[in-house]
Design a protein around this ligand. Sequence first.
Ligand SMILES: [Fe+2]
Ligand SMILES: [Fe+2]
Length: 209
Amino acid sequence: MSVQLAYQPTLMELRAGFTPGGWLAEDVPAFLLHNECPRAAAHCANVAMAARKLAEKFGVDPLAAEAGGWLHDVSAVWPDDQRLAAAEALGVGVLEVERVWPKIVHQKLSVVLAREVFQVRDAGVLSAVGCHTTLKAGASALDKVVFIADKLAWDEPYDAPWHPDLREALERSLDEGCRVYLKSLWEQREKLAVFHPWTEEACQELGIM
Ligand SMILES: [Fe+2]
Ligand SMILES: [Fe+2]
């Protein structure tokens, strides 16, 4: 962990009684269960599996993709109404638009936990965790794999309207998959709580708007 955050009270509290063994497939569920987040533990397992499959399909490092999937929602340990305070306590920069919808800060908080609790140093994995909800301009293939895995392995027992098109697009390419999901966001942007600037930039880059 970094020197600055070694004794940060929020992190110390979350880590109390939890000793990572060095294998994310065990450590992440153990951490989430330890902090009473069983639903997030199951979701992270599903996203890790989906990310690994997508990575194998699109020639991305499957272990990095699986790691991104495991870690992406570890910040579920903070409920939405505690996320801005957690970000402030941990020195995480928050955009104005994120203050309007604090839920979205969870992708940045997961990066801090990945680094400080799980000792992950792989910049590619941390990047994928940090943009798994919004994507961003200049996204790597690994970023896109974790972003799409999160949408494929969503928590509801039914498909979203865009799921069939997404699956079909992924038969063509990873970028096509991203386009399908981003296009659906772009089309409903007026109804969303916020349209994140990183998503807007990704939309521009992928020729959606
Ligand atoms: Fe998430
Ligand atoms: Fe997720």
